[in-house]
Design a protein. Structure first.
Length: 165
């Protein structure tokens, strides 16, 4: 199989994994009383792609994932929130990974925190208020905790899954 076909196949499977993980997470009842707090299981696919396929492919996978998840499981407003979180998260993760000074877990934690920051920024814009910023400390804590979980799982996948692309 030509290299480009292999890469596209792996990207398609990674998007499918993100979709399945997102659906599974949507079926799990909230485990905390704070609205909007999620683990972000679909981000396992993005962190994996960042390390195994490259930043351009990870960005493409993340943006396609956001669009598809918003269409299938969300609404028009959720698209803006998810897109803001995904873009800021991606930028941070790409920069930290590129520096080669941080582990996959640290990169994932930064991604989790920045995702929540992006969503709060978008909420401030859409709701035309900055009062929502007081919610940020709780979301930063959840981003750190979720980032650790996603980072550990992603690091295991990166280590164990061998790709020859």
């Amino acid at each position: 199989m030509p290299m480009r076909t292999k890469k596209l196949t792996v990207m398609a499977l990674t998007i499918a994994l993100a979709m399945v993980l997102s659906f599974l997470e949507s079926q799990i009842p909230a485990f905390v009383a704070i609205p909007g707090v999620k683990v972000g299981l679909a981000n396992i696919a993005v962190v994996f792609a960042l390390y195994k396929l490259g930043w351009k492919e990870a960005a493409g996978i993340s943006l396609i994932r956001v669009l598809l998840i918003s269409v299938l499981f969300g609404n028009f407003a959720s698209l803006f929130y998810s897109l803001a979180g995904a873009v800021l998260s991606l930028l941070g993760m790409i920069l930290l990974k590129h520096s080669e000074k941080f582990s996959a877990v640290a990169v994932s934690v930064a991604g989790g925190v920045l995702h929540n920051v992006g969503q709060i920024l978008m909420a401030c814009i859409l709701l035309e208020t900055d009062i929502i910023r007081y919610y940020l400390p709780f979301l930063i804590l959840s981003g750190v905790l979720a980032g650790v979980v996603i980072g550990v799982v992603s690091a295991i996948m990166v280590q164990r899954i061998k790709l020859e692309i």
